[in-house]
Write a protein that binds this ligand. Structure first.
Ligand code: GLA
Length: 395
């Protein structure tokens, strides 16, 4: 039950699949392979675009890009998701939205690099991935980041890794058109094994916070809710808009600037109950991130559980981004003994994470499956994860 989820990814080693895909498509060996992981967010949801705090970590599930230099200013990319390769040149790359579907993330990276003034080398690329698509584990950030790592190195571009997250985010915001924050790309690029990434989304300062689950006898169980995405894009954009309008109404640059100590008085200044609840989620969530970071710094991993669960309640009741499947998974995990559980990611489906004793992970996963069956939901997926390394060249 808690091994790699067989329904989530094609079988075989992902790096070998990328090489095989490259050789099959282009009839030659790649010049190199670059990997970038998916991520889960331990805590700090919908705080990134409010200039706040997040604490994600990179997953052992990876996307691998096998690549080699190609013709000048032509990019060809194939993926195991698709029988057909996609080829584009500067015309398509320079017009946001022109290349669509999964290849849009690749074209978006080329666009973002060119927009930042870099001479992007023509390239042939083949993508293979173990990061499930549409589960809220940032499969898109993984593709962007692996492609970015490949193009930076193939082109010998002068672009330090600290600047990659913003660039990959621009690919997603401006080329693909999804108004996401900086968290996913930061986790995927800057994540470190055994650590969670404490990121101040305003200054982009990071602290690698030790998150040693094994030493504490604990596990993070990631449960794929398998909930069909319900208008996730429109709802995400509308939450972001509400936050920005609220910040403007309150006369602050971003909701990060609202002081928790004055929260009630601040909320009274807002025009309606829905906006008040949106703001309360963001402001209290920022504080929960800080509280969890303090506990982890003190080595008190088990004690973060109640804060995880409080985050879920805030997303359910105030930010209103959960769905019955994820609420069911959280309740069932807690009833089966999890120390804490919450939905992770943008919402409206996706994954739940639960902090559990390592030796009870199977029992918690089974309890969630039973609760799902009782409600007639499609069976959930479950896998235990540890914080893994961020984007890197493989060989
Ligand atoms: C998605 C976005 C992130 C972040 C989360 C919510 O994953 O890509 O930028 O806003 O939702 O925390």
């Amino acid at each position: 039950m808690t091994g790699p989820d067989p329904a989530a990814a094609p079988s075989g080693d992902v790096a070998a699949r990328a090489t095989a895909g490259f050789r099959q498509r282009y009839g030659t060996q790649p010049a190199g392979r670059w990997a970038a992981p998916g991520r889960v967010n331990l805590i700090g949801e919908h705080t990134d675009y409010n200039d706040g705090f997040v604490l994600p970590f990179a997953l052992p599930l990876r996307t691998v890009v096998a690549a080699a230099p190609g013709d000048d200013e032509r990019w060809t990319v194939c993926s195991e998701l698709d029988d057909d390769a996609v080829e584009f040149g500067p015309d398509e790359a320079d017009e946001p939205g022109r290349v669509t579907g999964w290849a849009g993330y690749v074209a978006g990276v080329v666009w973002a690099l060119r927009a930042a003034g870099h001479a992007v080398p023509g390239a042939r690329l083949a993508i293979a991935s173990d990061v499930p698509v549409g589960s809220g584990l940032s499969s898109s950030a993984a593709v962007e980041s692996a492609v970015l790592a490949a193009l930076v190195e193939l082109g010998g571009l002068d672009l330090p890794a600290e600047r990659w997250p913003r660039l990959a985010q621009r690919a997603e915001n401006e080329y693909v058109g999804a108004p996401t924050g900086i968290m996913d790309q930061s986790a995927v690029i800057r994540g470190r094994a055994g650590h969670a990434l404490f990121l101040d989304c305003r200054s982009e300062e990071v602290e690698q916070v030790p998150f040693d689950l094994d030493a504490a006898g604990l596990a993070v169980l990631v449960i794929d809710s398998r909930a069909p995405h319900r208008h996730a894009d429109g709802e995400y954009a509308s939450r972001r808009r509400s936050c920005e309008e609220a910040a403007q109404a309150l006369g602050v640059a971003a909701l990060r600037d609202v002081d928790l100590a004055d929260l009630d008085a601040t909320l009274d200044k807002l025009p309606d109950d829905e906006t008040r609840r949106r703001v309360r989620h963001v402001v209290t969530e920022d504080q929960r991130v800080l509280d969890i970071v303090a506990l982890l710094r003190a080595g008190r991993v088990r004690d973060i559980g109640p804060l995880l669960t409080a985050s879920h309640a805030s997303m359910r009741d105030d930010f209103e981004i959960t769905v019955p499947e994820v609420d069911t998974a959280v309740e069932a995990a807690l009833a089966a003994g999890a120390y804490g559980a919450r939905m992770t990611g943008g919402g409206f489906g996706g994954c739940v994470l639960a902090l559990v004793d390592a030796d009870s992970a199977d029992a918690v996963a089974a309890a969630v499956s039973t609760a799902y069956a009782e409600r007639g939901f499609a069976a959930p997926g479950a896998v235990t994860v540890r914080p893994a390394a961020g984007a890197a060249r493989l060989d």
